[in-house]
Design a protein around this ligand. Structure first.
Ligand code: PLP
Length: 391
């Protein structure tokens, strides 16, 4: 039997991604930057970039130069912005692969401009202003002067975008987002008056896109929403998106165990007789160890509890209530079966984390199978990756 659905796999539904993008587009007239950093939030950045080109997305956002190079080598020609700070040693690749860096310090700007000048290029850049995230970007109190300085001094740099990032966008009680908005609006006005008119001003992520329609400005940057998840479930009232990814594994062993028998590392002692199945997913695949003795998966539509500790590659589950079970049966880890659904949010809740972490941690070992028009059209498997580049 030839199948791509081998040990553990994720289905990535491109029709659903298309649907989510159309929902987002219906809420805004602004340009669209889709963050595809962290392997497109675990979905696989190359295929997500390819479909983004087809959907006329304006920009892609990554976190580092390697992510940008991967996309260019795959043949992606959309403008790519590195949203995080970059380093002097990235400049050669930034120029070679035609990538847009975000400027964060004077020395980098100097070196970058010189590099572009030597090649007689004028290169686009983005600039971030820190309005309260306290993470990256120009310090707010120095930002106006610094941006004017960059505009005047550097002839081989063109300021294409100016942005900021929210700290509490999804929090409807905390008022801090309004402080950030006020600061950004103030500096944007000053910058426009100073001649920085033809610039893509952008601020909103997924949650802010929904909550602050007046802040869409020239471009929006929704990540999580595009992948069909919500930063907070209260945001569902604004838009209906659907998860793009579902995750599966298989049953590889079924045994009847007795009260007193032991399961997994740390020898969980069973307090009653149970039918125990082993499934071929573990924490190295992104099935978090914090699900030990707490999480659930779906077998034949029924919720089955994790028994004992999640191992690196394997996990044991209680299948006592499941009929006609056999080796090779599919197990739903994230997704629906029968009347039940397990979401990334449900896993996040058990693990006291956020759905972002659950999906971005789905391991490279998990084969991604891409569906378009309900048919598999491509796969990404470690069986096909280039393992080493000789230096
Ligand atoms: C600078 C920047 N913009 C946009 C996003 C997208 O955020 P979200 O996935 O919440 O929409 C991120 C993600 O962390 C980010 O760092």
């Amino acid at each position: 039997m030839l199948t791509f659905e081998k040990r553990t796999w994720a289905n990535i539904n491109l029709d659903t991604f298309r649907y989510n993008i159309s929902k987002i587009k219906s809420l805004t007239k602004a340009k669209l930057l889709i963050p595809i950093k962290a392997d497109a939030y675990g979905h696989g950045s190359c295929e997500i970039a390819r479909i983004s080109e087809e959907l006329d997305i304006d920009y892609l956002g990554v976190a580092g130069i390697e992510e940008a190079i991967e996309l260019r080598e795959y043949g992606i020609s959309l403008p790519i912005v590195i949203l995080s700070p970059v380093f002097d040693f990235d400049i050669e690749d930034i120029i070679r692969y035609d990538i847009i860096p975000t400027l964060s310090d004077r020395k980098f700007t100097d070196v970058f401009n010189n590099y572009a000048k030597e090649r007689k290029h004028v290169r686009d850049v983005f600039i971030e202003i820190d309005t309260g995230m306290g993470r990256t970007g120009l310090e707010y109190k120095k930002a106006f002067e610094e941006i004017l300085y960059i505009k005047k001094k550097y002839n081989n740099i063109s300021i294409k975008g100016i942005f900021s990032h929210f700290s509490t966008a999804e929090d409807e009680i905390n008022q801090f987002a309004y402080n950030q908005i006020e600061l950004f609006i103030k500096i944007k006005k000053k910058l426009k008056n100073a001649g920085l008119d033809d610039v893509i001003y952008n601020f909103v992520n997924s949650a802010a896109l929904l909550r602050f329609p007046d802040m869409h400005l020239n471009m929006v940057r929704p990540g999580l929403l595009a992948y069909g998840l919500y930063t907070d479930i209260s945001l569902k009232k604004y838009i209906d998106v659907k998860p793009v990814m579902s995750l599966y594994t298989r049953i590889s062993r079924i045994v009847d165990m007795k009260k007193g028998d032991t399961v997994s590392y740390g020898m969980k002692i069973l307090d009653r007789n149970l039918k125990v199945a082993t499934i071929n997913i573990g924490y190295a695949d992104g099935f978090p160890r914090c699900l030990s003795d707490k999480g659930y998966v779906l077998v034949h539509g029924k919720l089955c509890k994790v028994l004992g500790n999640v191992c690196m590659d394997l996990t044991m589950i209680d299948v006592s209530g499941v009929d006609d079970i056999k080796i090779g049966d599919t197990v739903v880890v994230i997704g629906s079966s029968g009347n039940n659904t397990i979401s990334a949010d449900a896993i996040a809740k058990v693990c006291k984390t956020i759905n972002y972490e659950v999906i971005t941690r789905i391991g490279e070992r998990v084969t991604r199978i891409y569906y378009d028009n309900n048919k598999p059209i491509s796969i990404r498997s470690i069986a096909n990756r280039i393992i080493h580049t000789k230096l």
